[in-house]
Design a protein around this ligand. Structure first.
Ligand code: PLP
Length: 458
C-alpha cells in the first residue's frame, strides 16, 4: 500500500514523471519518498533501483538494512532503551568506548558518545577551552581552522569551518575567536616542482605566522580534517603535512583536533585517518561510518594530554546532551564496528579503493572538464573545471556537479554526493564517490562506468 501512496504522490506532483525523474529533484521541488534500501541499492518505488555510490554523505559504510545490526539495536532496546549519562553508564557505552580506545592502541583514552558530527566538534571546541581553564591559561580562547573545511552546522562548528557558502547567511558568525589558515589543497596551491615536504613546510610556516599574529599563548586549538570531506571533495593532506602541523601546535602549546567525522572509521583505508602516518591528535571527532547510518552516532575521543590533566586535577568536562552516551546508539555502533572488523572490511577499502582509483583515472583522467581526481580508500572526489590546463572553474551558476548528480541519478541510476565549491566561486565544484566498504569489485567498476557516462553526458 505504501507503494501505491508513493506512486500517487509522484503522479499528483508531476503526472508525466517517473519515480527516477523525480529523484533528481531538490528541496525546493519536494524530495521524493523513499520506500526501501537494501545492500548497495536504494528502492524509491515503482521498481526503480539506484546504485548507492555514496551512502548518503559517506555514512552507510556496510550497506543498508542488515538484519544483524537491526537485531543488535532491538536487543538493546529490549534490555533498556535509555538512561541518562548523569545517572548510569550503560553497559554498551562502556563496551564501545573500550573498543574505540583499544582501536587507537591507547592513544585516545576517553570517549564521549554523541549523535552528530557537529555535536562532537562542538564538544571538542568546548573541551579545548576547559582544558586551558584547568591549566590556568584562560587566555587561550582562540581557535585556528582552515579555509575550505567543514566541521558542522551548529554555530561553533560552523565558525570553525571555512565553508564560505554555508557560513554565508550567518555572517558575522562567532568571528573574533575563530581564525583561518589556508587548506592543504595541492591541486590548486602547490607551486610547480614543489614536493610534499616543501609544500608542508610552507603550510607550517603559515600556521606559525598565525600563532605569532594572534599571540601564541592565546590559541586553544587548531582544528583540521586529515582528509577534507564535503568542503572540497576528498582531498588528503600531502605526506608529512599533518606531522608538520602537529609540531607547530606542540611548539606553542595548543591542542590539535582532527575532525574525522567524514574521513575516519575506515573510510580512507585505516580505521582512524591519523593512523596512516601515525600523527596522533589531542582530540578526535568521529561520526558517519561509526554506526554506518543505523543510528545517529558520533563521538569525541580524548588523548592522553587532556585525560592526564583531568585525572591529576580531578576534573570533569562540563558538558552533556540528553542523548549523550545513548545505549542503543552505543550497541548499534559497536555492532557495526564488529562487522567491519570480523568481515575484514578495512582491507577491502584499501583493495577496492585502489581499483576505484585506477578505473576513475582510466575513464575520466583525460576528460577535458575533469580537473582533478583525488582521494584515498573508498573516498574519491572528482573536481570539474571549464579549462583543464588553466584550472579555470565553471561559472558557479551552471552548478556542474549538481547537474552530474542529477543526470547520474536519472539516467544512469547511480547516487553520488555533490558539492558546489565551498568558496562560492566555482573552485572545488565536485562529486564524491563513497561506496560501502563491502561493495564488490564488480559494483565498484559499475559505479565508475555509470558516473563516467553521466559526466560525459553533462
Ligand atoms: N565534520 C566533518 C568533517 C563533516 O564532514 C561533517 C558533516 O558532513 C560534520 C563535521 C558535521 O557532522 P553532522 O552533519 O553529523 O553534524
Amino acid at each position: 500500500s505504501s507503494s501505491k501512496i508513493h506512486s500517487r504522490k509522484i503522479e499528483s506532483d508531476a503526472s508525466s514523471e517517473t519515480v527516477v525523474d523525480s529523484l533528481s529533484k531538490g528541496p525546493a521541488e519536494g524530495f521524493p519518498l523513499l520506500e526501501k534500501a537494501k545492500g548497495y541499492y536504494w528502492y524509491p518505488g515503482d521498481g526503480a533501483r539506484i546504485l548507492d555510490a555514496c551512502g548518503g554523505a559517506g555514512v552507510a559504510c556496510i550497506g543498508h538494512a542488515r538484519r544483524d545490526v537491526a537485531q543488535a539495536a532491538v536487543s538493546q532496546m529490549k534490555a533498556f532503551s535509555y538512561v541518562s549519562y548523569a545517572h548510569f553508564k550503560a553497559m554498551p557505552v562502556q563496551e564501545v568506548s573500550d573498543w574505540l580506545i583499544q582501536s587507537t592502541e591507547g592513544e585516545m583514552q576517553k570517549v564521549y558518545l554523541m549523535c552528530s558530527g557537529s555535536e562532537a566538534v562542538e564538544a571538542a571546541l568546548k573541551l579545548s577551552r576547559e582544558y586551558f581553564i584547568w591549566k590556568d591559561e584562560p587566555q587561550r580562547v582562540n581557535f585556528i581552522g582552515r579555509e575550505e573545511s567543514y566541521h558542522g552546522t551548529t554555530i561553533g562548528s560552523l565558525s570553525a569551518s571555512g565553508h564560505v557558502v554555508r557560513r554565508g547567511p550567518f555572517e558575522p558568525i562567532l568571528g573574533p575567536q575563530f581564525h583561518k589558515i589556508s587548506s592543504c589543497n595541492p591541486y590548486r596551491q602547490r607551486h610547480p616542482e614543489e614536493g610534499d615536504e616543501a609544500f608542508s613546510t610552507r603550510k607550517a610556516v603559515e600556521l606559525e605566522e598565525k600563532f605569532q599574529q594572534l599571540g601564541p599563548d592565546t590559541v586553544a586549538a587548531v582544528i583540521m580534517e586529515p582528509v577534507v570531506g564535503a568542503a572540497l571533495g576528498c582531498v588528503p593532506a600531502v605526506q608529512g603535512y599533518l606531522r608538520a602541523m602537529k609540531i607547530v601546535c606542540e611548539k606553542y602549546g595548543a591542542l590539535l583536533i582532527f575532525d574525522e567525522v567524514m574521513c575516519g572509521m575506515g573510510r580512507t583505508g585505516s580505521l582512524h585517518a591519523w593512523q596512516r602516518e601515525m600523527v596522533v591528535p589531542d582530540l578526535q571527532t568521529i561520526g558517519k561510518g561509526f554506526a554506518g547510518g543505523y543510528m545517529p552516532a558520533s563521538a569525541l575521543l580524548v588523548g592522553a594530554k587532556v585525560t592526564e590533566l583531568m585525572k591529576r586535577e580531578d576534573k570533569a568536562f562540563t558538558h552533556g546532551h540528553t542523548y549523550q552516551n545513548h545505549p542503543v546508539v552505543a550497541a548499534t555502533a559497536l555492532k557495526v564496528q564488529k562487522i567491519i572488523q570480523e568481515e575484514n572490511l578495512i582491507a577491502n577499502v584499501e583493495a577496492a579503493g585502489r581499483t576505484l582509483e585506477q578505473v576513475l583515472h582510466k575513464l575520466l583522467g583525460n576528460h577535458p572538464n575533469v580537473g582533478d581526481i583525488r582521494g584515498r580508500g573508498l573516498f574519491w572526489g572528482i573536481e570539474f573545471v571549464r579549462d583543464k590546463a588553466t584550472k579555470e572553474p565553471f561559472d558557479p551558476a551552471l552548478q556542474m556537479a549538481h547537474q552530474v548528480f542529477r543526470v547520474a541519478m536519472r539516467d544512469f541510476r547511480v547516487l553520488v554526493y555533490h558539492g558546489q565549491g565551498c568558496a562560492g566561486d566555482g573552485r572545488g565544484d565536485h562529486i564524491m564517490i563513497m561506496p560501502a566498504y563491502n561493495m564488490p569489485e564488480t559494483s565498484i567498476l559499475d559505479v565508475a562506468k555509470r558516473v563516467t557516462r553521466a559526466v560525459e553526458k553533462v
